[in-house]
Structures are given as C-alpha cells and as structure tokens.
Design a protein around this ligand. Structure first.
Ligand SMILES: *Cc1c(COP(=O)(O)O)cnc(C)c1O
Length: 396
C-alpha cells in the first residue's frame, strides 16, 4: 500500500482537537430567523448577519420566485461573455443611486469584490496601507496585487499618516484601506481621520462596508454617509450577503473605476454571474431599505438594549459600537466551551478563536437583528448569565 500523501492533514486536524480549536459545522434546518432550528434544536439565533431580517422576507422571496419563473435559475455565463442580464444592470443602477455615486459593479460575493478590486487596480510597484484588523478578503486582494503591504495598528490614524509620509518620495500609487465596521469587534473605523491623511498624501481611499451596509448611515448607506464623507472616498465596497439578506458584493465609485473593473477584475471576468433570483431579491431589498427605515431603527434599539444588558450582567463586550457585540472570553478553548454551553441552553452564538482573532482574545460573538423580540433577547440574556457562570466566564 502506498502511503497517503494527505496524511499530514489528518495530523493537523488531530492537533486542532488537542488545542481545542476543532469545530463541527452546525446544520441550519430552517430559514434564517431569530429562532432557527440548528442540529435538531430550536434556538435563539444570535449568530447570523441577517441584521434586518431580510433573508426570509416575503417580498424578497416573491421577487426571487418571480425572477426564476421568468428567467430560469442560471445566467449561463460570466458577465463579459453573455451573462449580463437586465436584472444585473438594474441592480447596479439601484445600488449606485442608493450610495449616491456614479456607478457600481456587483460581484459574486463581498469576498470577490474586495479581492477582485484591490488586485485589479494595483501592481507590484504600488503601496497598500492597511489596518491590522482588515478582513481576510482585503488581505488576499492585497497579496494578489503583489503591491507592497504596510500594516498600521488598529484604527491608528496617526501611524497611517506617518507611513504615507515615509512613502512620499517612493514611486507607485498608494491605497489606504480599512473595514468600515470591523467584523470581529464591532467597532467603527476612524474614517474622517483616514480620509484626511489620504487626501494630504494623494492616496486612494477605500472602505469595505460589509457590516455597515444596511446598518450605518441614512437608510443603511454605510460609513461614508454616516460620517458625511460623500465624494471623498474613492472606492466603497459593500455586501449583499449580510443586511441585504441575499448574496453578493459590490464596488461603488466613479464610472471609470467601474468600467475598469469590468475589464480587469478577475472574479468578474472569470466566474459566472448571479442567478436571476439573487439579483431580483437584492433589488427588492434595496426597495425595502429606502421605504422602511424603521427596520434599521429597531436594529439599533435591540442593539443598545442587548449590549447594555450584557454589560450590566458583568460581561466584557470589548470596544463594540454596532450590532456586532463580542463577549470577550480569552482562551480559544474556553470560547468554544462557552458557545457549547449557550447552545445547550438554547442560544446560538459562535465561539471565535485563534487564528480568526489574536491568541488570548477569543470571544463569543453575538449579532442581534431587527426582528428579535424583547422577550427573545431577555431569554438569551438569562442563558448567557447561566452559561457564563457555569463555564467561569462570569464569576459565580
Ligand atoms: C463578510 C465580509 C466580507 C465578505 O462578504 P461576503 O459577501 O460574505 O463574501 C467582506 N468584508 C468584510 C469586512 C466582511 O465582514
């Protein structure tokens, strides 16, 4: 018998088990709702990014079904060959109008939007100045571009400015890039300060608003709107997979930026476009964002309530300023243990440890949505306190 050349993977998995970072995938057996069925149990779902409860909204479901009946389940090709449907163009016009920019292009996911855009617009002679906690898709885009990557400490505007100053006489373009809302900590980027240093040094400014779309700014227009920075951020990325409730990512900016991405962004050129159902459901979602701002208001009411109750109970919620509320635990093993105890008590909140977050900063992450009721949040809080005492996260 020849030996298995993949045996090293089994050894790695064994070491994950030893270190307590091994996990199994939980199976969602219902629609994504405030109370969802996972692994055969009805639990309060505090683990989805379905901020506004749109993932199973009747208007989006109807739009998807109608588009499927009319146009089928697949687009048949990549966008540049024959896979650009009228629905894709309608969605892009809708997003551009919503974000108050000239144009937008939709990608298969937020991940491909970031990776595709950054790698398309920069090359080996260029420089990227990037927050240390930026999302993996930004990091991969930076690496794919082969540009020189300069990391600044989290939210450190001054250091970002110093790096740009040091690069003044270096050839190549400079891109300053940040998440708008950081996905593991729920804090907001210091965008006004970053925009200022980018302008001072002639750098391109780019923000990834995956967790700010539908959450911050008027009707959920994102951090640029939240801070009143219209016209000063050259590239805005957003996702259709989180608050919008469906799937996809988009890049917004000038008409020429978008046309250029049509020609050079590799996921756009080499991967098939969304099914009509996805585009139609997203269009319906933007209609709702425009027409029903009360969803976002409810999201923030729930956020403030749940966060203040967690803090009052003695939990450390880190530096969160948004619906993403981590409960800091410390060790990776303990975060997973706490998450399991929560699940046994009827709450789904994911344990997140190394390497997703730094060693010693493991946490259980919660995200409330607009559709959680006060009664569900109170029940979840009781479970948090009980599981917290049981696992030693809270002093008993
Ligand atoms: C989730 C996320 C993405 C990826 O979005 P998808 O549409 O799920 O691929 C990109 N950036 C950030 C900051 C995210 O949190």
């Amino acid at each position: 018998m020849p030996s298995d050349p993949l045996a090293y993977l089994s050894e790695q998995l064994e070491s994950f088990k030893q270190s307590g970072s091994y996990f199994r995938l939980r199976e969602l057996q219902s629609a994504c709702e405030p109370i969802s069925r996972f692994d055969g149990r009805e639990v309060i779902n505090l683990a989805s990014n379905n901020y506004l409860g749109l993932a199973n909204h009747p208007k989006l479901v109807e739009a998807a079904i109608e588009a499927t009946r009319k146009y089928g389940v697949g687009s048949g090709a990549v966008r540049t060959i024959s896979g650009t449907m009228a629905l894709h163009m309608e969605l892009e016009r809708k997003i551009a109008a919503f974000k108050k920019v000239e144009a937008s292009v939709v990608f298969q996911s937020g991940f491909t939007a970031n990776a595709g855009a950054v790698s398309a617009i920069l090359g080996p002679e260029d420089h990227i100045i990037s927050d240390e906690l930026n999302h993996a898709s930004i990091i991969d885009g930076c690496r794919l571009s082969k540009a020189k990557i300069h990391i600044f400490p989290h939210k450190d505007v001054q250091r970002a400015g110093e790096i740009l100053a040091e690069l003044t006489n270096q050839p190549g373009r400079k891109l300053l890039i940040t998440d708008g809302v950081f996905s593991m900590d729920g804090d907001i980027a210091p965008l006004p300060g970053l925009v200022e240093v980018a302008e001072r040094h002639g750098a391109i400014m780019m923000v990834d608003d995956a967790h700010a779309s539908g959450v911050l700014g008027r009707n959920g227009r994102g951090t640029v709107d939240h801070f009143g920075l219209h016209g000063r951020v050259h590239i805005q990325v957003g996702t259709l997979s989180k608050a919008v409730g469906v799937l996809g990512g988009y890049v917004c900016g000038s008409r020429d930026l978008i046309e250029y991405l049509y020609h050079r962004a590799r996921p756009f050129l080499f991967s098939t476009s969304h099914p009509p159902a996805v585009a139609a459901a997203c269009i319906a979602a933007f209609d709702l964002l425009e027409r029903e701002p009360e969803r976002m208001e409810q999201l923030w009411k729930n956020t403030e309530y749940f966060k203040s109750q967690l803090t009052a109970a003695g939990f450390d919620t880190g530096c969160s300023e948004t619906p993403i509320t981590p409960v800091m635990v410390g060790e990776t093993r303990k975060a997973h243990e706490f998450s399991r105890a929560l699940f046994d008590g009827g709450v789904l909140a994911t344990g997140i440890g190394y390497p997703t977050v730094p060693q010693g900063k493991a946490r259980v992450r919660t995200i409330v949505t607009a559709t959680h009721t006060r009664e569900q949040l109170d029940r979840a809080l009781e479970v948090f306190v009980r599981a917290g005492k049981q696992t030693g996260v809270l002093a008993s």
